[in-house]
Design a protein. Structure first.
Lengths: 667, 76
């Protein structure tokens, strides 16, 4: 009998696609939180429940096919399972009942660890539907552990699982005893030692072959299924269409198109509401808190920082909603099946397609979505090239600059010239995405063996609860992890543009306090305020910085004013338009800023924003990695500053050189 | 007659004879591809790679370079 315990650490172990998360969600409900495994980018999902006065802490380990790790996810799962410091009290092995043969490999390995174990036969209803009859009592005997069956929605049977967890026992059966003298757990643990020997490799091979033979025997005794060696008919039928040489790609394109519509257009509405809401909040704070530095900090710095984070939420929600639906239904494996060969030519993976498409909305969620690429090298290349895909934040910049280059609407037949140029910019970005990936593939050498091998899961109707909880967890990770960096940088940028060295800003107030400002007679009532704001921005730290970088950007045709706009663009690229408006004292009016810029003259009286300058600037924006959120997310996903640094240097150089060429050719 | 898995066509059945000795071997065994196991090709992607096979009770997708490691004997 087990003594009454107040706290029980329980881990869920199972193959990918075994329905672990459904079970996890059913057992914990909303009582769950996403953490991080130290040093790796695998999310740690924890939750809890109380049963018979025992409070259980449940951890959903990443899916693994065996105790010999072949990927980062698997390594995390195995290390956590065998952790010496926080050894789990009970292991729950989740098996897909329709795919018992392969799933039992992990189960027998887990049972040999000598820990208290419960075996869960998940999706038993589907097995029954497919005429796979499992003799649970016999399986219990042969495994020497408690076996509990549960249906695919995990509605019924959770009570039985909870009971089994608190009364779990160590298996009496040993499945692999070639080395009776050594502890199995210790032997398995030796895979993480530096000297991963050929001997251990051989031992791993023997272990698996021996188990497979054993499992065949167990399977033969416990499972009666009339159909041997046959796939589910429904899956075969759907696959005929979605992996068809013609229709397969049409279906794929259609799905991408729908996703595109949602993250690009539908998400704009909630994003607009969020923006309006934060503007209202900001002015509410401004007028209701006592005026002063604190008021400015909160109403301008903090609120705009938070709104910069929350703004991404609609796009992230839609993107991950679709990804979850595609993943859970089983379609994602097919999409990557038909796309893999094409993408591999560029060093990418079949699973790189969705991130590449979603990067047209925003690189941040798309980098997060590369997690489904199990091959590290291919995932890294995908992350590296994603910022080259033109995201939606560049759109306002493109729009402004294109309108300046081609002020009048030129229509060629049914084509609009502005539209063609805009399309060209997207193509330019995408061409360099592929070229860069291709080059990186040649340059990057990886030590770890890479596998593509993946299960083609049978089609299932996604469970709403799983999809919803998955999306909520993703949003939480983004808002709290990337959000911290974005918020801090926004506050720094706010500080730099609102404060200047010494009394520089106060001096401007004094200087222009008593009317005599130039251009008297301007009709605009805001003219005075706008003029002072623009002078203040010039005198602020960011203005000083803009002037400091002027020598560096002069060869591209830019002056310190554009320098300021490039610097503030690091918060988000679309800030370019706002900053230019502030510098030229045309706050908040896009038409206004366009006219002001187009009439701007240089010291010699020539027009400043020539075709060469605008084109150079727009090309700079196509390539440059001016996005602190992206840098923060790449750092988080690659575990070090190494890749974001290389990426930043590469993209900045690419942007600089291209802009320089464009400027010099055109002027 | 023995051949490589990569030479099979959709629908063809075979039995696994051996697996090339390299870093992929243990992973292939783990995924249910081990000598003595029966399999059949379910489909091949439009451009000739990857392969999808039915083995050990489920469908597995392999790239061409992975399929080349498996020596099989054709059935039927």
């Amino acid at each position: 009998m087990n003594s009454p315990k107040t706290d029980l650490k329980v881990v869920l172990l199972g193959n990918p696609n075994a329905g672990k998360s459904t079970l996890f969600n059913a057992l914990t409900g909303l009582n769950q939180k996403t953490g991080n495994y130290s040093g790796v980018t695998v999310d740690k999902l924890q939750g809890g429940f109380k049963y018979k006065n025992i409070s259980v802490n449940l951890i959903d380990l990443p899916g693994t096919y065996s105790l010999f790790a072949k990927s980062t996810d698997e390594e995390v799962a195995v290390k956590d399972l065998l952790s010496q410091k926080e050894k789990p009290d009970v292991v729950v092995v989740v098996l897909d009942s329709t795919n018992l043969q392969r799933n039992l490999l992990l189960a027998t390995q887990a049972l040999d660890l000598g820990m208290r174990t419960v075996v869960v036969l998940n999706m038993i209803d589907e097995a029954i539907y497919q005429n796979i009859n499992i003799d649970i009592d016999k399986l219990k005997d042969l495994l020497g552990a408690n076996v509990v069956a549960v249906d695919s929605r995990a509605k019924e049977g959770t009570g039985k699982i909870k009971e089994a967890i608190v009364s779990a026992d160590v298996s009496r059966t040993k499945f692999f005893d070639i080395t009776v003298t050594t502890d199995y757990a210790q032997k398995v643990n030796s895979q993480f030692e530096k000297s991963h020997t050929a001997e251990l490799n051989k031992w791993e091979e023997d272990d698996k072959i021996y188990r497979h033979k054993n499992i065949k025997y167990i399977y033969g005794l416990c499972v009666k299924s009339p159909e041997q060696l046959k796939l589910k008919e429904r899956s075969t039928k759907i696959d005929k269409l979605v992996t068809h040489p013609v229709f397969g790609y049409i279906v794929f394109m259609a799905l991408i198109f729908i996703i595109f519509q949602f993250i690009f257009y539908v998400a704009e509405y909630p994003m607009g509401w969020i923006e309006d809401g934060f503007i209202a909040l900001s002015s509410f704070i401004k007028s209701n808190l006592p005026a002063g530095i604190l008021n400015d900090l909160i109403s301008d710095g903090v609120v705009s920082g938070i709104s910069g984070v929350v703004m991404f939420v609609p796009q992230i929600t839609f993107l991950f909603l679709f990804i979850a639906l595609l993943e859970d239904s089983g379609y994602m494996a097919r999409a990557s099946f038909i796309m893999d060969k094409i993408m591999r030519k560029f060093g990418l993976n079949g699973r790189s397609v969705i991130p590449l498409i979603s990067a047209t909305a925003c690189a941040v969620p798309s980098i997060l979505s590369t997690r489904s690429i199990s091959n590290f090298k291919e995932r890294l290349i995908t992350i590296f090239v994603l910022p080259l895909v033109s995201c939606s934040a560049r759109l306002p910049v493109y729009t402004l600059l294109i309108s300046m280059m081609f002020p009048s609407t030129i229509v060629l037949g049914f084509l609009n010239l502005k539209g063609i140029v805009l399309f060209g910019l997207y193509i330019l970005g995408f061409a360099f995405t592929l070229i860069t990936a291709f080059v990186m593939q040649k340059l990057l050498k990886t030590k770890e063996a890479s596998f593509f091998m993946m299960e083609m899961p049978v089609y299932r109707v996604p469970l709403l609860k799983n999809v919803a909880l998955g999306v909520i967890n993703k949003i939480k990770v983004f808002v709290f992890d990337a959000g911290k960096v974005i918020l801090s940088i926004s506050i720094i940028l706010w500080f730099l543009s609102n404060y200047g060295p010494g009394t520089a800003l106060e001096d401007i107030d004094k200087k222009y306090a008593n009317a005599e400002y130039p251009h008297v007679g301007e009709a605009d009532p805001n003219y005075h305020a706008d003029f002072i704001a623009s002078k203040k921005l010039e005198a602020s730290y960011i203005g000083v910085l803009g002037k400091a970088i002027e020598p560096a950007i002069r060869p591209l045709g830019y002056d310190w004013k554009i320098g300021i706009a490039i610097l503030t663009s690091f918060a988000a690229r679309e800030v370019f338009v706002g900053t230019m408006s502030a510098i030229y004292g045309a706050n908040g009016n896009e038409k206004g800023i366009q006219e002001k810029l187009m009439s701007e003259k240089d010291e010699n009286g020539n027009l400043k924003y020539t075709m060469a300058v605008c084109f150079s600037l727009v090309v700079f924006y196509v390539f440059a990695m001016q996005c602190i959120s992206t840098i923060a997310v790449v750092k988080r996903e690659t575990k070090s500053w190494k890749w974001p640094t290389i990426q930043f240097v590469y993209l900045t150089m690419l942007a600089y050189v291209s802009a320089w060429i464009v400027f010099n050719v055109l002027s | 007659m023995n051949t490589l898995l990569s030479n099979l066509k959709p629908g063809e059945r075979a039995i696994i004879k051996s697996i090339a000795d390299n870093s992929m071997k243990t992973k292939l065994i783990e995924m249910g591809c081990f000598p003595g196991e029966e399999l059949y090709i379910t489909k091949i992607a439009p451009l000739g790679c990857p392969f999808a096979i039915y083995v050990s009770g489920y469908e597995l997708s392999l790239r061409l370079n992975e399929a080349k490691n498996i020596v099989v004997e054709r059935l039927n």
